[in-house]
Design a binder for this molecule. Structure first.
Ligand SMILES: [Zn+2]
Length: 113
């Protein structure tokens, strides 16, 4: 289950920041997750308290920030949100292979107590 390693990596990064801030406890950890990141939110929620145990993040809340898929149409120079499985530009109909967002999987923010 790769959600466990995602959680563990995010918590490690958050704890490192909290330690830099004087070892304060973490209240909220916010993760940014793209629609294409292939992450199951329920699995993150399940793994989170387990990987937090015994760290500065123990007892903190996990919040997920969902990032939609955005593509860039090179002929038009426009960004768009694709509809359906083929990422075709709504203006010119050319399928786009340039995904500008939606693959995010990163620590967005932490709030300390
Ligand atoms: Zn276009």
């Amino acid at each position: 289950m790769h959600e466990v390693s995602i959680c563990a990596a995010a918590v490690r990064a958050a704890v490192a920041k909290a330690e830099e801030m004087g070892g304060r406890r973490i209240a909220v950890l916010r993760l940014r997750i793209g629609a294409l990141a292939g992450v199951v939110p329920e699995a993150l929620d399940f793994a989170y308290p387990v990987v937090c145990r015994g760290t500065l993040a123990e007892g903190s809340r996990l919040e997920l920030e969902h990032v939609p898929v955005r593509c860039l149409c090179e002929p038009c120079g426009k960004e768009f949100s694709p509809q359906g499985a083929v990422y075709a530009c709504p203006s010119c109909g050319v399928p786009s292979a340039r995904i500008v967002s939606g693959r995010e999987l990163e620590l967005a923010q932490i709030e300390l107590e």
